[in-house]
Structure formats: C-alpha cells, structure tokens
Design a protein around this ligand. Structure first.
Ligand code: 2P0
Length: 364
C-alpha cells in the first residue's frame, strides 16, 4: 500500500493551511452540487482514510439531481445538528457528516472540540432514494462547498474543493465539476482530485435509472471495495480502469457516443465480474434481465448501453433521440419498474447563487 509518510502529509497540510480559514460563530455558507454517475468506476481504495483510489475514474454530472447544503458555524460545542430535508438526519448520516466536518476543520486548523466547534448543518436532497441515483456524491460535495463558504475560503479553487469533497466520499470529488469529469487517482492527498474532462459535452446523452428493487444493498460500498481487493482479478481490474480512462478521454474528445457507451458498459461488466470472483455480487435476476434487454435493443439497432453501480438497479446510457423508445421497451417488459433520467449537469455553485427563490424551492 503506497500511503504517504507522516512528514509528507504534515507538509501538505501546512500548505493547505496557508489559505486562511475562520470559524466565526453564526457565519453561514451555502452550496449546491449535482449528483454524478461513473462511466469508468471508482472501486477500490489504496488509502481508506484519505480515500485515495487505486485507479482513476470518469463520470457524468447529472442535471436533474442535486443537494443544497447550508453550514453554519456555532460557538456552542454541544450543538452539532444535522437536518436533512427539514428533519433530524438518521444517526448514520449524522455521524458520517460529523466525521467529515471534523476532518475539514482539522485541515484548516479550526477547532474540532471546545469553543467554536459547534455547527448547524441543513441539507435539502433533490436526489430521492426512489430515483436510483446516489446522494452521497452531491451531499459531500455540497458540504465541502458550504464549509468553504462559511469558513471564508474565498479563493479556494475547484481542485482543492474536489480534494475536500473526496474526504467525505470518494465519488463526491467528481461532483464539483459539470459535464464529463475525470478523477485522477493520484498517489496522495495532493495528487488525487477531479477536474472537468469536458464541461460542455457535444453529445446529447441521457442517463436513465431503472428501479427494479427498493431493497437496501447488503454490502455498503466501503465494505464491497475491501472485499473486492481479495478478488484474484482485482489487479487486472485496476489496469482495466486506467485503460478505460485512456480510451474514454479519446471517445469524449471525438464525441463518439458508440465508444463512450461501449467503454462504460465494458467497465461495468469488468467491475461486477471481479466482485463475483471475490464471492459476492450486487446483481439480482432482475438486473440481468434489464441488462439483457438493453443488449437486445442494441442488437436490434437501437443504440443504448447499460452500467450498474453498487446495487441491483441498472442504469442506461442512451442518446436523447432514443430515450423514449428505450423507456417504452422497459415499461413494456418491466411494468413495475420506475424509470428516471437526466442529462448533463453543471458544477458546484457556492454562496451567491442562492437567491431567495432558490432557497424557498429548496426548503419546500
Ligand atoms: C463510483 N460507486 O465511481 C462507484 C462505482 C459505485 C460503483 O458509489 O467509500 O460512496 O464513500 O468513498 O463514493 C463509490 O462509492 O464510496 C460508488 P466511499 P462512494 O461512483
């Protein structure tokens, strides 16, 4: 495992702290970040604490799904409240947010206990669980942005924000930017960050989720990644991701939908084949039935491709012009399934974008 030496880490933290941060009680920051879906997957950490992945990944930021977060620094250390959609957040989510806030504060030399270590965190998720898209990416990206805003980190760039978001959840590093985004694996905290591959894609693609099951996944991502490292194919998988990223960069540059879709589908196959050999799978018979239908539609001349994350519900990457036909085929074959779809979304918006109307909408 290639983790950093203590001296190297201290040196990097020192560099980050050169940006002055402040914990001013009552000062609030706000940010809005969009969800993303990986086309080349992040699956495996070389450093669990810093969430440094073994391989780079590439995603599509989604327009239709986002999280808005407001972070208010408080003097009272006993007040550490997290309201999610207006109600107290579930214990696990509150614990994870508290942990992320501590890490961010440590980074900038702000108090993590005692005076000025309280906070009031509010998040509004426009990523319903029923949509099939994950909210941790948009959630931790928005938290990083709101924290930076509240802490007076005015000149913080997207690269640093991506590194902060990564500390909360790996995939959140890719929700700082819009369009196609690449997360460079790097080897340490400074070199592991995401940046736009193409902020304004020239392809009109949609990402459709197909909800065939509401069941909670049995193996959380972190544990799934740990187990996957025991797969005899894990090292092969890491090499495949780097190769897929190289080919995906070319496909994006050439606006080649066929190549983008094929690379994404191939990478998803490789990830799930590798997990099978580690002794587990996220696939259910329903997952296979949907992926089979996508392959059949494609064989019949309707361009569309599948991908699948750490759960049973597949996603379909489809040119906008084919979306209705694909949705109709899904509805006919799987009448119980719910489909939702989205096009490309923008990067993070911090602070000023939040006018009164948007806040009202978020609060609703
Ligand atoms: C991704 N997935 O690239 C991969 C592909 C699913 C499969 O959800 O442990 O929640 O918090 O860093 O970011 C990655 O899971 O994992 C993920 P942590 P995260 O989107």
């Amino acid at each position: 495992m290639a983790s950093m030496t203590k001296e190297h880490e201290a040196e990097q933290q020192e560099r980050i702290r050169t940006t002055p941060a402040q914990a001013i009680p009552g000062r609030a920051g706000v940010a809005r970040a969009h969800a993303n879906v990986a086309l080349v997957k992040y699956w495996g950490k070389r450093d669990e604490r810093l969430r440094i992945p073994w391989a780079s990944s590439i995603s599509m930021t989604l327009d239709g799904y986002w999280t808005t977060t407001r972070f208010t620094a408080l003097a009272d250390p006993s007040c550490r409240t997290f309201l999610l959609d207006g109600a107290p957040a579930p214990k696990a989510a509150a614990g994870r947010a508290a942990h992320a806030i501590n890490i961010l504060r440590e980074r900038y030399g702000l108090p993590t206990d005692g005076e000025n270590s309280g906070y009031f965190l509010e998040s509004w998720n426009h990523v319903p669980v029923s949509s099939g898209f994950a909210s941790s990416a948009s959630g931790f990206a928005a938290l990083a942005g709101a924290f930076a805003d509240a802490s007076g980190l005015k000149d913080i760039g997207h690269r640093e924000l991506s590194r902060l978001a990564r500390l909360g959840s790996g995939s959140a590093s890719r929700s700082i930017d819009g369009g196609f985004v690449e997360w460079h694996a790097g080897t340490d905290d400074a070199s592991s960050y995401a940046e736009p591959l193409d902020e304004h894609p020239g392809v009109d693609l949609r990402m459709m989720s197909v909800m065939i099951s509401d069941a909670q996944k049995e193996i959380a991502s972190t544990e799934g990644m740990r187990r996957s490292a025991r797969s005899p194919y894990f090292s092969v998988w890491v090499g495949q991701c780097e190769d897929a990223c190289r080919r995906m960069r070319e496909a994006v540059a050439e606006n080649d939908i066929e190549a983008i879709g094929s690379i994404a589908e191939g990478n998803a196959r490789q990830m799930h084949a590798m997990t099978l050999c580690a002794g587990f799978t996220y696939f259910t018979p329903g997952t296979l039935a949907v992926t089979r239908l996508v392959e059949q539609l494609r064989a019949d001349g309707l361009e569309c491709f599948w991908t699948c994350d750490a759960g049973a519900n597949p996603k379909i990457l489809v040119p906008a012009s084919n979306e209705n036909q694909v949705a109709a085929a899904i509805a006919e074959r799987f009448p119980q399934a719910r489909c939702e779809s989205s096009g490309f979304g923008p990067g993070i918006a911090i602070g000023h974008h939040q006018n009164r109307e948007e806040r009202k909408e978020d609060d609703a």
